[in-house]
Design a protein around this ligand. Structure first.
Ligand SMILES: [Fe+2]
Ligand SMILES: [Fe+2]
Length: 476
């Protein structure tokens, strides 16, 4: 059902003699000036920088926020707008490198088709009352965007970048009732808290739509991703896990989302994570992988040698676990692949609007929200060899993914038009789909082993490097 997106700023100031103050915003901002005013307040009013994220499934939501004090940090959750009969969920609080606290709560026991209200409390301070709704059934719509690249500094404008994200989500909510926002990483250009403030300020306008973020190479330049996120089912068993992130998974409707940190090349850990996630959810129909580094889009010839290695190490996992759809970023160029299995074309999708029981995986890359790439030096950059659909634009792209019993429909827009430039549907007539049982080449285990050794050394080096530059991590 299409819903009109809200263009009216609604600011409610609630004062409390003893509890400080809280502010409530509803809807998106049509003009930069309105957004700028909101964002200036957001940075200074102690809005807690709340990030509302997916829970392990639709009976849960995860919430995280910053606070000066950790004492008494909790979420009050109720079915009543005035929070009558609220249930209390106490937070796990962690002191940040800056000295304040990040607080994490998982609210549980949510029922389908209901509306809930909540607020975050830390010490004497409390947030505004926020709301969210759970899904009626297993059908849902997700917005997929990537490479948001909110950036502070000489080349970026933090506030303008946040406004672009606000505008993108506003346009998406005008074309779908969103139940989920997915990003494939490079959420922030330097991984800094100020950049993530812009992210949480814009995402917070999405009226209780939970976000699931993958981590990009740019996010790992700082440490804000670790502090802002509260991920379900983190794969903490990884012995050489990345310093700031874990693989994690969640179930939405009848879809299992595998959120990989592709910065880490320790493929044995990624494989073990995927196996655990799938064994815990054997009957879920759709398997969607989300990670940052694209594999097949092309357009950036200087990355071909890196991409060749990435394809070799990722394709066995994607094939073994029969992933239906992989959502990727990094190149800043939009593409939808052919059906790929064993790193080879199985079915060309060029000109097709639908593929039924594909015998492999569709890889989708979306463009960047704040740094779109298009024609370069007057020339069209070359496509990858396994690309079925592509689109060049200098405008931000968002994609609506409609999950139903038997299909995932991908509908892609730029923020400049309400008419989609692309529509492509993956249909499965059975839970199994059409993936063959085995397509692994003999050399795959060797390449994986080499990647593991390299990945473990690289993770130790990255960790040591990050620990040695604490101030840069937090942006001071
Ligand atoms: Fe990027
Ligand atoms: Fe990237």
């Amino acid at each position: 059902m299409k819903k009109n997106f809200k263009r009216i700023l609604c600011v409610v100031l609630c004062a409390s003699l003893l509890m400080g103050f809280s502010m409530s915003y509803s809807g998106f901002f049509e003009t930069y000036e309105e957004w700028e005013g909101y964002f200036e307040d957001y940075k200074t009013d102690g809005a807690f920088e709340i990030l509302f994220t997916v829970g392990a499934d639709d009976t849960q939501r995860n919430i995280s926020w910053y606070s000066a004090e950790s004492e008494g940090s909790k979420v009050l959750l109720s079915e009543n707008e005035d929070l009558a009969d609220a249930v209390t969920f106490n937070a796990d609080s962690e002191q940040t490198l800056e000295g304040d606290y990040t607080n994490r709560v998982t609210v549980t026991g949510l029922e389908n088709g209901k509306t809930y209200y909540y607020k975050c409390v830390s010490g004497e301070k409390e947030s505004d009352v926020r709301t969210f709704s759970t899904m009626e059934d297993d059908n849902f719509s997700a917005m997929f965007v990537t490479d948001i690249h909110i950036q502070v500094g000489e080349e970026g404008d933090l506030s303008k970048d946040g406004f672009t994200l606000n505008d993108t989500i506003a346009k998406a909510t005008g074309n779908a009732d969103l139940d989920l926002i997915i990003t494939a990483g490079d959420n922030a250009s330097n991984g800094l808290r100020s950049e993530y403030q812009g992210l949480s300020a814009a995402l917070g306008l999405a009226e209780g739509v939970p976000v699931a973020m993958a981590v990009g190479n740019h996010d790992r330049k700082g440490i804000a991703y670790k502090y802002f996120t509260n991920q379900p089912n983190q794969y903490e068993e990884a012995k050489f896990h990345p310093y700031i992130s874990y693989d994690y998974y969640f179930v939405k409707g009848d879809a299992l989302f595998l959120m990989f940190d592709s910065n880490c090349a320790v493929m044995s850990e990624h494989r073990a994570f995927a196996q655990k996630a799938i064994e815990a959810n054997p009957d879920v129909k759709w398997r969607v992988a989300v990670f940052h580094h694209e594999l097949y889009g092309g357009r950036l010839p200087h990355r071909e040698s890196e991409n060749t290695l990435l394809r070799t190490i990722w394709s066995p996992i994607i094939d073994e676990f029969k992933v239906d759809l992989a959502l990727l970023g990094h190149s800043h160029y939009y593409s939808i692949s052919d059906v790929v299995f064993n790193n080879k074309d199985v079915t060309e999708t060029n000109g097709l609007k639908e593929i039924v029981d594909p015998k492999g995986t569709i890889f989708m890359v979306s463009g960047s929200i704040n740094n779109p790439r298009t024609i370069k030096d007057g020339e069209i950059p070359p496509l990858g060899t396994r690309v079925g659909h592509s689109y060049l634009t200098e405008d931000p792209i968002y994609n609506i993914l409609n999950f139903t019993d038997d299909s995932i429909e991908i509908v892609s827009y730029t923020t400049k038009s309400d008419v989609p430039f692309e529509s492509f549907k993956i249909t499965k007539t059975t839970n199994e789909g059409g993936h063959p049982e085995d397509g692994t080449d003999w050399y795959d285990p060797i390449v994986r082993f080499i990647a593991d050794v390299y990945g473990k050394i690289a993770e130790i080096a990255v960790t040591n490097d990050m620990l040695g530059k604490k101030d840069q991590l937090i942006g001071k």
